[in-house]
Design a protein around this ligand. Structure first.
Ligand SMILES: [Zn+2]
Length: 487
């Protein structure tokens, strides 16, 4: 079918997808596990924009992970309904007068400050705090929290008095405290939330971060892709192009047509240079980790580059001095980067030393056990670490600089095995422990479904693209094994 796909056909397919998204947000893939919610105005706009560009598809992924099995089956479909800000309850209940004031908490704002802004007495606030049973929530308001105050105008120009105070106990419980004389009555409104597991797929375009955000991934989702799942196999500075694509399975929490939260990355694929990379979240020994399609941990003993967004300027080995014509050994690799760029611990380690080291300037030496040590030189300053401390891979240990014998800001990075300098770019590390037995079986069952869904979505969006290895029209229900990966 791909051979005959014309641009027209593709446009029609995308149009159909957009229609489906806008009017019946249920893709054919899972009618029984329907998406019965509404899209917010924002998503509506995004869907429309990005379907036109051909980069968005969000589809329901039934049955991924244990969470999905708890979900009720819905077959209800709602027509396009833009989510508007919730109507003040007073209106819904037919109070006289529209006397509600809705306040959205800003960073650093306290309940006391809100009461002061509204000219409400401190005593009223204390009554609410005492009666609500939610003192902890109300005294530590998070930015973005919505509070509402029913403030009917007092008679004869008297100041407004608080009749009802409304806040959210949690995502699904909205509390109304009505104050009448000495009495405070509590009413709890249950607002059901719903979790949906979706595939978000797109092309990198100008920036992975921007494209991902536009499609509804959180900033932390994108960091997970670049700094956790794919950082060992993909050099996001060098290897990635605008046409490379990503697909991510995430769980989203919705309420009344509004996206409340996007959870952690459950599964992800990244196709670059025609090669498919995959990663899946799975819990082992009570800890969530990312694994390859065949159950090997993605977290390696050492990361490839201890510094983000840097350029290799001098490789390991002998090099001829440009002036003297002598050859001399370069015992590490150099990465050029701006002064202040954070430097990360290449692996879990104990800090062996952190301080001035002659020609190395400000330098840190890490002991990774099993005879492995790493050295980081010419730092502008050293991070918040001290000798003897245990630190995790990725911990910031210092910042790029040009201290010691150095001609410009760069990181000089050395890698030693039993005291012998080795090339960190070519040395092979011992692999970490893969999944096995029951855990592996459970992992396979879980990831098979996710991968099949990702492929279904990708087949729809990219069917006429220059289909690289992962996206052929696979037989239904038969997920291709991910073609993972280099060691
Ligand atoms: Zn160097």
């Amino acid at each position: 079918m791909t051979a005959h796909d014309s641009g027209t056909e593709r446009r029609e397919r995308l149009k159909a997808l957009r229609e489906a998204a806008l009017h019946r947000p249920v893709l054919a893939t899972g009618a029984s596990n329907g998406f019965n919610g509404r899209w917010s105005r924002r998503q509506w706009a995004h869907a429309s924009l990005f379907a036109t560009l051909g980069v968005l598809v969000a589809a329901i992924v039934p049955g991924f992970g244990p969470a999905a099995s708890k979900q009720p089956l819905h077959t209800q479909r709602s027509s396009l309904a833009l989510a508007l800000p919730p109507l003040p309850l007073s209106r819904l209940k037919g109070h006289n007068g529209d006397s509600w004031q809705i306040v959205r908490i800003e960073r650093g704002q306290t309940l006391g400050a809100v009461f002061e802004d509204l000219d409400l007495p401190v005593a009223t606030m204390h009554r609410i705090l005492d009666e609500s049973g939610d003192k902890a929530i109300l005294t530590r308001l998070k930015p973005g929290t919505e509070l509402a105050f029913d403030l009917p105008q007092g008679a004869n120009g008297q100041p407004a008095e608080l009749r009802t105070f409304r806040y959210d106990r949690d995502d699904s419980h909205r509390v109304e405290l009505s104050l009448a004389g000495d009495k405070v009555t509590e009413k709890v409104l249950v607002r059901p939330t719903e979790s949906r597991t979706v595939v978000i797929s797109g092309k990198v375009g100008k920036s992975l971060f921007r494209s991902g955000r536009k499609l509804g991934l959180s900033g932390s989702n994108i960091n997970t892709l670049t700094d956790e799942i794919f950082k060992y196999d993909i050099d996001f500075n060098e290897d990635v192009g605008a046409d490379d694509r990503f697909s991510v399975v995430v769980e989203q929490t919705w309420r009344e047509g509004e996206l409340l939260r996007t959870g952690p990355v459950l599964a992800a694929t990244f196709t670059t240079g025609g090669k498919l990379h995959t990663g899946f979240r799975f819990e082992r020994n009570g800890k969530s980790e990312y694994f390859t399609g065949d159950g090997r941990p993605l977290k390696k003993s050492f990361i490839r580059m201890p510094i983000p967004y840097a350029r290799l300027t001098s490789n390991f080995g002998t090099r001829k001095h440009p002036v003297l014509g002598r050859t001399r050994m370069h015992k590490g690799v150099d990465y050029a980067a701006r002064t202040g760029t954070p430097i990360m611990a290449a692996g879990d380690a104990r800090v062996q030393s952190a301080g001035w080291m002659g020609g190395y300037g400000n330098a840190v030496v890490l002991d990774h056990g099993r005879g492995y040590t790493t050295l980081y030189g010419h730092m502008s300053r050293i991070g918040k670490i001290r000798p003897g401390q245990r630190i995790a891979q990725g911990t910031v240990i210092g910042y790029v600089g040009t201290t010691g014998m150095s001609t410009g800001p760069h990181l000089h990075y050395e890698f030693r095995v039993n005291g012998v300098h080795r090339n960190p770019l070519s040395i092979t590390m011992p692999p970490p422990e893969p999944l096995s037995g029951a855990a592996l079986a459970q992992f396979r069952a879980q990831t098979g479904v996710a991968l099949a869904r990702i492929q279904k979505v990708e087949n729809i969006i990219y069917a006429d693209a220059d289909a690289p290895a992962p996206a052929p029209a696979a037989a239904p229900g038969k997920a291709r094994k991910p073609a993972k990966t280099k060691a």
